[in-house]
Design a binder for this molecule. Structure first.
Ligand SMILES: *[C@@H]1O[C@H](CO)[C@@H](O)[C@H](O)[C@H]1NC(C)=O
Ligand SMILES: *[C@@H]1O[C@H](CO)[C@@H](O)[C@H](O)[C@H]1NC(C)=O
Ligand SMILES: *[C@@H]1O[C@H](CO)[C@@H](O)[C@H](O)[C@H]1NC(C)=O
Ligand SMILES: *[C@@H]1O[C@H](CO)[C@@H](O)[C@H](O)[C@H]1NC(C)=O
Ligand SMILES: *[C@@H]1O[C@H](CO)[C@@H](O)[C@H](O)[C@H]1NC(C)=O
Ligand SMILES: *[C@@H]1O[C@H](CO)[C@@H](O)[C@H](O)[C@H]1NC(C)=O
Length: 517
């Protein structure tokens, strides 16, 4: 009823006004047209029939000012109805929607007619002002059309806070679209009436894409962190030498991967020597240091492995002496047991004896023996559990040739002092005779010692290295040294001196040789 009466009014208008109504622009019509004389009566009649008509909704209907405004609003309505492409703007119910898409100027113009919105026709159920570059705040005058079911203001540049309170009063509003604007909101409770698609990029909801990006970023970071952890874990387990020193669990534990890398996967070029149970490699550590890597080839039980590790930790790290090669670390894994020591460029004493001119001096040879004695005395006092290989090939000379270095030692069980003294005796004799037990033969050491004993003391010159130039008065001292060597190698060890005695004797030999010099 209400709308039909309004339409009655519109048709009255088209009928009554000159035919030019819709051919001129709305502004021209607003400027030129005036209400017909009986317009007030028409309104009053309309309101009598239907007091709910919006323009009946105030007490001043009869005031001249309102009459003009109502008249002007009917002019705007007739134009807007056509602009919005409603099918027939004079028919019953034929102004259901205001629809201005992508026409910024037109939209802005119609929005500026406050009197029109004040008397918004009750037929209008849909307001669409899409993509019109509107840059104001929310156009609150459209809210006067309290009966609307649809408001679409998407694709504008509307900003400011959303008039939530006024919007909430539109009880019939079921479709709202504020997407692509820049609104703000203080109470987002209202938004729950509508689906999230109503507020795409409206400034009112957290941006879905940004949200997705955030989620992606978080997932990505988690993946990166996990990968990093894996890498770090792998490094810790396999290649701790790639970690900064302070981050390593131990600077002395080598993993089999580290030994692998240092020896180029145990390449033959790196292999220096092969003895029973031990392969010796010249390896390069990741920090560039050269190292001697002794790989024990025998299979060991888990128990033994743990023992080895504990001993290494307990002993080798603390063994420090100028005449002992420094232990850098060890490897004790399921498939590899190895000891890593510093690499010395110096030759071994065996080569030195046969090739260096310095080896012709008794005093020089004694100096080497002196260093070895200092080393073994230190070991016998501090670390009696250590046994060592002491022959002219396993004692190296330091890079500058000044100090002998005992290079092969390991942890034995129990007290090894008798064996160690025996070994020292052999070494001392090798230093004098420049001869070694022939390892090919059975009982080689016994035969070797026997050979020396036969000539001692009467023919001792026969066993002394010819290369050594000895004066008469030194000869006595060399003989004393041979006797000492034989005492050390006495078997059963009845006449074996103690390391303290050995030390004192060698010191006195050394001093007398320096004096003679
Ligand atoms: C109705 O609007 C269209 C544009 O949408 C316009 O071309 C036409 O002239 C208008 N009709 C009248 C009768 O004014
Ligand atoms: C109109 O005036 C009457 C009395 O004259 C009053 O009762 C009514 O509330 C008024 N309505 C409005 C909308 O102001
Ligand atoms: C009613 O009309 C008079 C005179 O035109 C005006 O002064 C007054 O403000 C109007 N009242 C309302 C509520 O519009
Ligand atoms: C908005 O209008 C412009 C022209 O004014 C047009 O090029 C563009 O495609 C329109 N965008 C949408 C989303 O309708
Ligand atoms: C909402 O719609 C119903 C039914 O169409 C109508 O009776 C009611 O008046 C409308 N509400 C408003 C505020 O226009
Ligand atoms: C609002 O408009 C946007 C852009 O055209 C569209 O993606 C969205 O689906 C619309 N939402 C509703 C509820 O119509």
């Amino acid at each position: 009823m209400a709308s039909s009466l309004f339409i009655f009014f519109l048709s009255f208008l088209t009928h009554f006004l000159p035919f030019s109504v819709l051919s001129a622009t709305v502004l021209e019509d607003l400027a030129t047209l005036t209400p017909p004389p009986d317009f007030a009566t028409t309104i009053t009649t309309n309101c009598l029939h239907n007091p709910l008509l919006r323009y009946c909704n105030n007490n001043n209907t009869s005031s001249p000012q309102d009459i003009v405004e109502i008249f002007r609003s009917t002019i705007v309505a007739s134009h807007l109805c056509n602009e919005s492409k409603n099918p027939n703007c004079v028919d019953d119910d034929s102004f259901p929607k205001i629809r201005i898409h992508s026409r910024p100027k037109t939209a802005a113009l119609y929005l500026s007619f406050d009197f029109f919105w004040k008397y918004c026709p009750l037929t209008v159920l849909e307001i669409q002002l899409v993509n019109n570059s509107l840059e104001t705040e929310f156009p609150t005058n459209v809210l006067s059309c309290a009966q609307v079911r649809t408001i679409d203001l998407s694709y504008n540049k509307l900003s400011g806070s959303l008039p939530v309170h006024s919007l909430s009063r539109l009880t019939n509003l079921t479709r709202l679209n504020l997407s692509y604007n820049r609104f703000s909101i203080s109470d987002s409770e209202f938004l729950k009436r509508f689906s999230a698609t109503s507020f795409v990029h409206s400034g009112l909801l957290p941006d879905a894409n940004r949200y997705k990006m955030k989620v992606l970023l978080i997932v990505f970071s988690i993946v990166v962190v996990i990968l990093l952890c894996c890498c770090l874990g792998w490094l810790c387990l396999k290649r701790p030498d790639y970690l900064p020193r302070t981050c390593r669990r131990s600077n002395n534990k080598f993993t089999s991967a580290m030994i692998d890398a240092a020896t180029d996967e145990f390449s033959d070029q790196r292999l220096v020597s092969k003895r029973d149970g031990v392969d010796i490699y010249r390896g390069t550590l990741r920090d560039g240091r050269e190292a001697k890597i002794e790989v024990y080839t025998e299979k060991v039980s888990k128990e033994k492995r743990r023992e080895f590790e504990e001993e290494c930790e307990a002993v080798f790290l603390k063994v420090r002496h100028k005449n002992l090669v420094r232990v850098l670390g060890w490897c004790s894994s399921r498939n590899l047991k190895a000891l890593v020591t510093e690499w010395t460029d110096g030759e071994n004493v065996e080569t030195w004896l046969s090739s260096s001119s310095l080896a012709s001096s008794w005093r020089r040879r004694l100096r080497v023996v002196m260093g070895v004695v200092e080393g073994v005395s230190y070991l016998s006092e501090q670390w009696p559990e250590i046994i060592y290989d002491l022959d002219t090939s396993s004692v190296l000379l330091s890079g500058d040739g000044q100090e002998p270095l005992i290079s092969q030692f390991k942890i034995g069980d129990g007290n090894n002092s008798s064996t160690n003294i025996f070994k020292f005796g052999l070494f001392l004799l090798e230093m004098i005779t420049n001869l070694k037990p022939d390892e090919e033969q059975e009982d080689s050491e016994m035969r070797y010692l026997e050979y020396i004993r036969v000539h001692c003391p009467g023919n001792v010159e026969r066993v002394i290295d010819e290369k050594m130039k000895i004066e008469k008065r030194t000869l006595e001292k060399v003989k004393e040294a041979v006797t000492l060597g034989l005492m050390c190698t006495d078997k059963p060890p009845l006449k074996q001196p103690s390391f303290t005695q050995i030390y004192d004797m060698v010191v006195s030999l050394h001093e007398s040789s320096s004096r003679h010099h």
